[in-house]
Design a protein around this ligand. Structure first.
Ligand code: URA
Length: 203
């Protein structure tokens, strides 16, 4: 997204002097602005209402309801802010850890809306780095019947975008920015560091 507001807030988010409180606020605001863009294609239907002045035909959301799926733990900040914008959305969670030997993501938790197959799914992870977690989460979502999935990440590395696109070409990816590359530790460069640690003040 090239929107100046998003890019300005993202620059503040990247800055290492930005503390947890401001980081959380900025990440939530960016997620909301991204949701505005990512929901541009939602269907509407015309309904008749009465304003205090006259009868009017007005657009209201129609079609499939939404499911917001947060990849734990950093994805929580995005789900919490987007659900304020779209209160009818259901929120699910997927937890993954990295197997110390294979380095592959392993799912330890998945609580998803039971009607996920009937919903448009927004998978939320602020950092799309190697793409390993996203691919694993998408596999789980599809296994449970999800058909319409958009992945929303604040920052992405080209490697992660390519991996998701090659595994699941049907999944649309919405990002605020794509950075240069991953470093040897799997961090996005220049990136913003560990999103979970910066949100929750851990290290
Ligand atoms: N996860 C993060 O939080 N930061 C990165 O740079 C890569 C993965």
């Amino acid at each position: 997204m090239t929107h100046p507001l998003v890019q300005h807030k993202l620059s503040l988010l990247r800055d290492e002097t930005t503390g947890s409180k401001e980081f959380r606020e900025l990440a939530a605001e960016i997620a909301m602005l991204m949701a505005y863009e990512a929901t541009r294609d939602l269907e509407t239907e015309t309904v008749r209402i009465q304003t205090p002045v006259a009868e009017a035909e007005v657009p209201m959301l129609a079609g499939k309801k939404l499911a917001l799926i947060a990849i734990l733990r950093a994805g929580l900040i995005m789900a919490d802010s987007i659900v304020r914008l779209i209160p009818a959305a259901k929120v699910g969670h997927i937890g993954l850890y990295r197997d110390p030997e294979s380095l592959n993501p392993v799912e330890y938790y998945a609580k998803l809306p039971s009607d996920i197959g009937e919903r448009r799914v927004f998978l939320l992870d602020p950092m799309l780095a190697t793409g390993g977690s996203a691919v694993e989460a998408i596999r789980t979502l599809k296994e449970r019947g999800a058909q319409n999935i958009k992945l929303m990440s604040i920052l992405a590395a080209p490697e992660g975008v390519a991996r998701v696109q090659s595994a699941y070409p049907d999944v649309e990816i919405v990002v605020a920015a794509i950075d240069s590359h991953l470093n040897d530790h799997g961090y996005i460069v220049p990136g913003l560091g560990d999103a979970g640690d910066r949100i929750y003040g851990t290290k």
